[in-house]
Design a protein around this ligand. Structure first.
Ligand code: ZN
Length: 331
């Protein structure tokens, strides 16, 4: 991977700060994490683990020394401060490891973060579609997945090599409109005959008590819809239902307005004008996407770009993302 080699070279040669001084990145580097810990043996979607607890600790230690980490309430100030670079730390979905591992590490370093939650998972803990798809493929005893309506040919399931099949099925699911996606999932259940309830963990998601404690400690709780639907695939009324109910639940449980929101999936095609209209009506101040890039002073309030932190992002790459986001912060 060329970027990894470049990041390592810039780190070892100490050229990164020199290069960063030549091409200063002014704006907000918005980082996005999902899960913290070790997901290497999980039956759920392993792509969701952004960093180990140790790596996350190293990220924060380095950020504390080399950058200015802000809360979303400071975004207006940061956008006016065009001479400096700021960092915003965000988490999506609301997994319980965010409380167990990320929150304590953030507190230890005295740094704030924003947690975007799908309120339906907090209110009614269940497996989300991405974890269910991964679990179905990992648990099935069948030798291949044959979904003639959805796939051009059967996908062989080789033990130890199921990850590419999971990625293919997740991509397929994301590409389908709402009702078709539900039908695809139900056909997949039929084809795998794997029992998703055996994968269910009551403690998969944070609780409202945990979220209240995090809010009281200076963390920000933002919205991420109720059921984590891909908004652009849904009609305007359903989008309103998902976004406004999420806002109401946060206001009821946390006692604060939903000022910040992150689009589920977050790529350029995952939200549309109807989504932004809903957010405007509710008075949401900033909404975040997820396809890489630096949030400059003139960034759209309803399309604040975020950079994915994923397991392959090692420490030198992470430093490259912060200091050279135009080079290392692309999706
Ligand atoms: Zn999400």
């Amino acid at each position: 991977m060329k970027l990894r080699k470049l990041a390592n070279f810039l780190d070892k040669s100490r050229l990164r700060p020199v290069l960063a001084a030549c091409m200063p990145a002014r704006g907000i580097v918005c980082l996005n994490y999902h899960r913290i810990g070790d997901g290497s043996r999980s039956r759920l979607d392993r792509g969701l683990w952004s960093a180990s607890a140790e790596a996350f600790d190293r990220h924060l230690a380095w950020l504390k020394l080399h950058s200015e980490v802000i809360s979303p309430a400071d975004i207006d100030m940061a956008r006016k401060d065009v001479r400096n670079r700021h960092v915003l730390i965000t988490f999506d979905d609301g997994y319980q490891d965010n409380y167990d591992l990320a929150f304590s590490t953030l507190q230890r370093h005295g740094l704030p973060a924003t947690f975007f939650i799908a309120t339906g998972f907090i209110d009614d803990p269940r497996l989300p579609w991405w974890d269910e798809i991964a679990g179905q493929i990992r648990c099935t005893e069948h030798g291949a997945i044959d979904l003639p309506e959805w796939l051009p040919e059967p996908l062989p399931l080789i033990v130890g090599e199921r990850e590419p099949v999971i990625r293919t099925l997740l991509r397929k699911f994301k590409s389908l409109p709402g009702e078709e996606a539900d039908r695809f999932l139900s056909d997949l259940r039929e084809a795998t005959q794997a029992c998703p309830t055996s994968l269910h963990h009551e403690d998969l998601w944070m609780t409202w008590d945990m979220l209240r404690e995090m809010d009281a400690a200076g963390m920000t709780i933002g919205g991420h819809t109720v059921n984590h639907i891909v908004l652009s695939r849904a009609p305007a009324e359903e989008q309103w239902e998902e976004i406004s109910t999420c806002a109401t639940r946060i206001e009821t449980e946390i006692g604060k307005r939903m000022d910040y929101f992150a689009y589920p999936v977050g790529d350029r095609n995952s939200f549309n004008k109807d989504s932004i209209d809903c957010l405007r009506r509710l008075g949401v101040r900033y909404a975040f996407s997820y396809y890489g890039g630096l949030a400059r002073a003139d960034a759209d309030c309803y399309d604040m770009p975020r950079i994915a932190i994923e397991p392959h992002v090692d420490q030198s790459w992470f430093r490259g993302i912060i200091e050279l986001p135009r080079l290392f912060g692309r999706q």
